[in-house]
Design a protein around this ligand. Structure first.
Ligand code: G3D
Ligand code: MG
Length: 182
């Protein structure tokens, strides 16, 4: 039954404007790529269930994915949306180095608002484009240094999109379980 689940997590998606945050959430939650949606105003969320296999268990994990506007004029509102998040998806655009160089600022903003480190996945988006400037090795190094999984994606072709959320879902379940033990 789709209305039942074992775990529910709030997840935020963050990164500079136009890196593809809304496109990733749309692709994941509806299975298509839209080019006609409006620039995210404020925020909105999508809900989607995923299956997580833990040993012999098959768990249903419900993700409530908050798509927060990246533009600086929304900066004052963002901490409010971040609060209570269990995990995050940090996105940059492989065709724009600036979006890669600013990743730590997004990490800091999130950590300040949530008050602790939470599991994150680093996403290198727009891999379908020919004018890529940030190499896979650079993204991987950044992610490794901060203990995050690294996923390359294209919201346009769908490459890597499911991986992002399955990866995060799995980490969130094991994090929740180990904290429940104390
Ligand atoms: P944001 O939510 O991070 O601000 P959007 O970004 O999802 O609004 O995407 C910004 C632009 O990048 C959009 O183009 C969108 O179609 C495009 N885009 C997002 N992901 C991909 C991708 O993986 N590949 C390609 N080729 N384009 C992508 P427009 O032109 O509609 O503004
Ligand atoms: Mg958006």
């Amino acid at each position: 039954m789709s209305s039942t689940y074992d775990y529910l997590f709030k997840v935020v998606i963050l990164g500079e404007g136009a890196v593809g945050k809304t496109a990733i959430v749309t692709r994941f939650s509806h299975g298509f790529f839209r080019t006609d949606y409006k620039t995210t105003i404020g925020s909105q969320f999508a809900v989607k269930n995923i299956d997580v296999h833990e040993g012999s268990e098959n768990l249903t994990v419900k993700l409530q994915i908050w798509d927060v506007a990246g533009q600086s004029r929304f900066q004052i509102l963002r901490p409010m949306y971040y609060r209570g998040s269990s995990g995050g998806v940090l996105v940059f655009d492989v065709t724009r180095r600036r979006t890669f160089l600013l990743l730590d600022e997004w990490l800091n903003e999130l950590e300040r608002a949530v008050g602790k480190k939470i599991p994150l996945v680093l996403v290198a988006n727009k891999t379908d484009l020919p004018d890529r400037v940030v190499e896979p090795r650079e993204g991987k190094e950044f992610a490794d240094a901060r203990d995050m999984p690294y996923v390359e994606s294209s919201a346009k072709t769908g490459e890597g999109i499911v991986d992002i959320f399955e990866n995060l879902g799995k980490t969130l379940v094991s994090t929740r379980r180990s904290s429940d033990r104390f």
